[in-house]
Design a protein around this ligand. Structure first.
Ligand SMILES: [Mg+2]
Length: 200
């Protein structure tokens, strides 16, 4: 009996994996990484990337927090490397502007993610193209879906702060299902993790 239940369960998991692969494809990031601070930006630059679009909350700092001793030098260094930096946030202008002020980069607030319009506007604003742009964010259903719709290389990071608002916690539960299908697809070779520069 136990073996039967286990087999049924296993089969359901496999089915979910196969079904999820097609259902969730639009949410899959180009690559998944622990933190925005761990990306090899030198390599991205060498491969032709010139524009970095960042989500702010829980990607670079905890939700609602200002620049800190980690984020500011990090972003300044990226600017010095030659990247054009842009913040794309669904948050209010006050929040996004105050985060950007110490750096003096560009930003779009109330961006309407996952709508693709402002992703395109973002790289055009700094005189770049889809191919020379990389997007980095922590949420699948806003950040990554929008980047995919705009045809931009997308990097999913883990959220910095585990303690989130209730509506985000619910989204995270759904994200887990998608990421389960994604991880399974990567493991069995159905999903190829794309390096930057490979065909979208
Ligand atoms: Mg975020």
């Amino acid at each position: 009996m136990k073996a039967y239940i286990f087999l049924r369960f296993k089969r359901s998991v496999i089915r979910l994996g196969a079904w999820g692969f097609y259902m969730f494809k639009c949410f899959y990031p180009s690559i998944r990484i622990n933190s925005a601070y761990e990306i090899d930006y030198t390599k991205l630059y060498q491969k032709g990337c010139r524009c970095l679009i960042f989500d702010i909350d829980n990607t670079l700092v905890c939700h609602g927090k200002p620049q800190n001793e980690k984020s500011l030098p990090f972003l300044k260094d990226l600017k010095a490397k030659g990247f054009k930096i842009l913040f794309l946030s669904n948050n209010k202008e006050e929040r996004v502007k105050s985060f950007n002020d110490p750096l003096g980069a560009d930003y779009i607030y109330k961006a309407g993610k996952p709508g693709p319009k402002n992703y395109i506007k973002a790289y055009e604003k700094v005189g770049e193209k889809r191919e020379t742009t990389v997007f980095i964010g922590d949420q699948l259903f806003t950040d990554i879906w929008g980047a995919n719709r705009a045809g931009i290389y997308s990097i999913l990071t883990k959220p910095i702060d585990r303690h989130e608002e209730i509506q985000i916690i619910l989204k995270r539960r759904l994200e887990k299902i998608v990421l389960f299908a994604y991880d399974r697809g990567v493991k069995n070779g159905k999903i190829k993790v794309r390096e930057y520069g490979e065909q979208l």
